[in-house]
Design a binder for this molecule. Structure first.
Ligand SMILES: Nc1nc2c(ncn2[C@@H]2O[C@H](COP(=O)(O)OP(=O)(O)OP(=O)(O)O)[C@@H](O)[C@H]2O)c(=O)[nH]1
Ligand SMILES: [Mg+2]
Length: 382
């Protein structure tokens, strides 16, 4: 069958489609919720640097900061997927006790609330070069654990050479482990260096381990938000997206179980809208771009009359066992493959978008580059 022979499906009403997209995007973003992390440690320990290394540079810059209780601030990143509790100028002693009292009431009030209000993990940050860990710090860590928070001790700014940790940092880590504190990650600190140091040649290290250790302690219901929020591990985002595409493909094969004529390919579109919305959210794309995303999404799917018909299906047919489809009908297999192809193409678009700085994202979503990227991903050889 030549490209020109493929019947076009009915054009969808663009404003209606945009409306559907907006609705689906909003519910996909809302469904993810928010991952909340509490970060403690002395001034200069490297808390902000660590958070930025894992969650991107814009947490403190663009997040809305608010004082929750004396000594504790809450920053919510403006995409809504990340909340950071931190304590400016934190010290142990009486100031530390005050923070703990405040925190205790925050933890208790929020525990009764929805999951995205709760604190899902706590990092207690220790700079290795302080070369000490005092009883007051140990007591603080115990108090956090007593509140029911899963605590990780993170050692920061740790130098390594050829993969070996500085012996003094190792000593401090072993000392802390020996205290048998109620901490996670096997009772040992997680050693990190969030910034490569060009002077000492100490490389960045331990960040992936810290993120993995954090996943291990976070309730399952908050993990999707963590996946959207974090910027370090794109593979986790891809894995989440794969599951979304598989679900949508299964649904589509149900729709195509009774073969539908090509002219009714539009029947597959609502399911694809939901899928595209969920993929966008899973990548952690900013909800305040949802209008531009809705327009772009509608374009690729109404253009989908063109694209699904002219580009995708024709190239897909070659991959479908049995080849051409009798009577130009969409079978379960074609419906699933087409949906899968649309999902994969949209995830390529998102994968590119998340790498862009906020300013450029805005330009991207409002440009024809979205459709171009989508189209070339859709027609690329798989
Ligand atoms: N080389 C290197 N420098 C670091 C690292 N982490 C932090 N620094 C530096 O240490 C200084 C303090 O780091 P911050 O991240 O601001 O520390 P903080 O704990 O947020 O401090 P406060 O906000 O004052 O409580 C900054 O100059 C950082 O650039 C690291 O992992 N490696
Ligand atoms: Mg800071």
């Amino acid at each position: 069958m030549a490209t020109g022979d493929v019947p076009e499906n009915r054009d969808l009403d663009a404003p209606a489609l945009e409306g559907l997209f907006t609705k689906e995007l909003n519910s996909a973003f809302a469904a993810l919720g928010c991952f909340n992390l509490a970060v403690f440690g002395a001034t200069g320990a490297g808390k902000s640097t660590l958070v930025n290394a894992i969650f991107g540079k814009d947490v403190a810059d663009t997040g809305i900061g608010q004082s929750v209780t004396k000594g504790i601030d809450y920053h919510r990143r403006d995409d809504g997927f990340l909340g950071i509790f931190d304590s400016e100028g934190f010290e142990t002693g009486s100031a530390g006790d005050q923070i703990l009292d405040g925190l205790q009431s925050v933890v208790q009030t929020r525990r009764a609330g929805p999951i995205d209000q709760q604190i899902h993990a706590a990092w207690y940050v220790v700079r290795w070069s302080d070369r000490r860990f005092e009883e007051a710090q140990a007591a603080f860590v115990r108090s956090l654990a007593d509140m029911g928070l899963p605590v990780l001790i993170v050692m920061t700014q740790v130098p390594t050479k050829d993969g070996d940790v500085h012996p003094h940092a190792r000593e401090l880590s072993d000392y802390i482990t020996g205290l048998n504190l109620p901490i996670r990650a096997g009772g040992a600190p997680v050693l990190t260096n969030a910034l490569a140091d060009s002077f000492t040649h100490a490389p960045e290290f331990g960040l992936a381990r810290l993120l993995d250790a954090t996943y291990d302690v976070v309730p399952e219901a908050a993990q999707a938000a963590l996946t959207a929020a974090q910027r370090l591990d794109v593979e986790r985002k891809k894995k989440a997206v794969k599951a979304i595409i598989n679900q949508a493909a299964t649904l589509a094969s149900g729709i195509g179980a009774v073969p539908i004529p090509f002219t009714d390919a539009a029947l597959l579109v609502p399911n694809q809208v939901t899928m595209i919305a969920r993929i966008s959210a899973a990548y952690g794309l900013p909800p305040h771009r949802s209008r531009a995303m809705a327009i772009a999404g509608s374009l690729v799917l109404t253009g989908g009359a063109t694209m699904a018909g002219r580009y995708a299906v024709t190239s897909l047919l070659k991959f479908i066992p049995g080849g051409a489809i009798a009577g130009s009908a969409i079978s379960a297999t074609v419906a699933a493959s087409l949906t899968r192809a649309v999902g994969l193409a949209w995830s390529r678009v998102c994968e590119y978008a998340v790498t862009l700085p906020p300013g450029q994202q805005e330009v991207f979503w409002n440009s024809s580059a979205v459709v171009d990227r989508f189209r070339s991903a859709l027609t690329a050889k798989r």
